[in-house]
Design a binder for this molecule. Sequence first.
Ligand SMILES: Nc1nc2c(ncn2[C@@H]2O[C@H](COP(=O)(O)OP(=O)(O)O)[C@@H](O)[C@H]2O)c(=O)[nH]1
Ligand SMILES: [Mg+2]
Length: 231
Amino acid sequence: MILRIRLCIPTFNNPTTIADVALDALKQVSLPILIVDDGSAEPVRGLFSRHEHSGELLDALTEGRIEILRFDENRGKGLALQAALKDSVEKGFTHLLAIDGDGQHYARECQKLIDLAKDSPWDLIIGSRKFHSETVPEVSKFGRKFSNFWVGYQTGLTVSDSQSGFRLYPLFPLQNFKFFTKRYDFEIEVLIRAIWRGVTIREVEIDVFYPKPEERVNILTSSGTTFASRC
Ligand SMILES: Nc1nc2c(ncn2[C@@H]2O[C@H](COP(=O)(O)OP(=O)(O)O)[C@@H](O)[C@H]2O)c(=O)[nH]1
Ligand SMILES: [Mg+2]
């Protein structure tokens, strides 16, 4: 199968990181990029114009290497990803590779998931975050265990990082799914539904960075968060 992969960066209020994440993605992966700007207080386009590498970022926008889908009001990460999945199916992509906009994910790690997809194009691939660093909050470790348990309970399968937002979604097997969740809970729902439909889940370990607390999306401002560990 010829893979047509699109990189997706869902973002909500990541003013200090989103332009750098986009620049890093431009350098590290030669994939078209879709940023879903979910009602961020400062629109991503404006942040691009003010960035020290604004020329590079604005050229990428003009040339279509980066597209921005902007919602005027925050709708939730789950709905943002669902919009990206739908739009990508319509545009003929075969896969959506999602990474976070808060600088926690390194674009250079994308290649590991892409390499796996070449051999397993129908599988959903998770970048399983290495959680060895001291900076990983205990609450995140607990949240991951809790949601892994929940996925195991629903499916009988063991997944080591069911909360990771670093994922390669195969579009064909997922395209007719109906989802009920809108926020972070979507990432659990899509996993469970995919497993129920017989999609194989693969995981590959990735390095992650834990930014300073003030650069993370605050769970109190990103309303409706399911797991308190999402910080
Ligand atoms: N589009 C969109 N993205 C969101 C929303 N909430 C969080 N995100 C993005 O999802 C990514 C992960 O969010 P974060 O709170 O850092 O979760 P964690 O790192 O997995 O604990 C970041 O890029 C956020 O900007 C939202 O409501 N809409
Ligand atoms: Mg984060």
